[in-house]
Design a protein. Structure first.
Length: 178
């Protein structure tokens, strides 16, 4: 994925995805014109320039996405949208990366059973649990602070997932084990 570098005023990209009717139950939408922002309950992911989406587990469903550049004035640059098509195998790899952070979180908190029960409950309603949005946002923040060392190898990925889990544990006020 190559991003246009037309303007150094870009502070990040929102990840946009066209939404199908089955994904927006109870919300009247025109699937030809309505855009869905990938996020947890209205939160947007502002991905800094240079972050490799396919290293981090941010996009977990196959399909067409758009990266919407946002400038320093918080204005979307609709004329510079970058189109990305995520394959099934890429989405599967992304899900595995996201679940690595989730497993790291569950290993380090006492409330792991409660979290798993809550995720199961949300899944029965066919809704994404907010903790996955928190994991994605923390992943972006951690990787932005770690950048400079090249692509992520297994050791760097393990460090990233542990730090993401620590940040999310603090955010949800979970009790750490040991």
């Amino acid at each position: 994925m190559k991003a246009k570098r037309s303007c150094s005023r870009i502070v990040g990209y929102e990840i946009l995805r066209r939404v199908g009717r089955e994904e927006a139950q109870g919300h009247p939408i025109d699937s030809q014109r309505t855009r869905g922002v990938l996020g947890a309950q209205g939160k947007h992911y502002l991905v800094p320039p240079g972050i490799d989406l396919f290293e981090l587990g941010i996009i977990v469903l196959a399909g067409p996405y758009e990266l919407l550049p946002i400038d320093r004035d918080d204005k979307p640059r609709w004329d510079e949208v970058i189109h990305v098509l995520v394959s099934s195998s890429q989405a599967e790899r992304q899900r595995e990366l996201l679940f690595r952070s989730h497993r790291a979180l569950c290993r380090m908190i006492r409330e792991a059973d409660e979290l798993e029960a809550s995720i199961a409950e949300w899944s029965l309603r066919r809704e994404a649990h907010p903790v996955f949005g928190m994991l994605r946002l923390a992943t972006i923040d951690v990787w932005a602070s770690m950048r400079g060392g090249g692509p992520l190898d297994d050791r760097k990925l393990a460090i990233l997932h542990e730090e993401v889990a620590r940040r999310v544990a603090a955010r949800i006020r979970a009790h750490l084990i040991g």
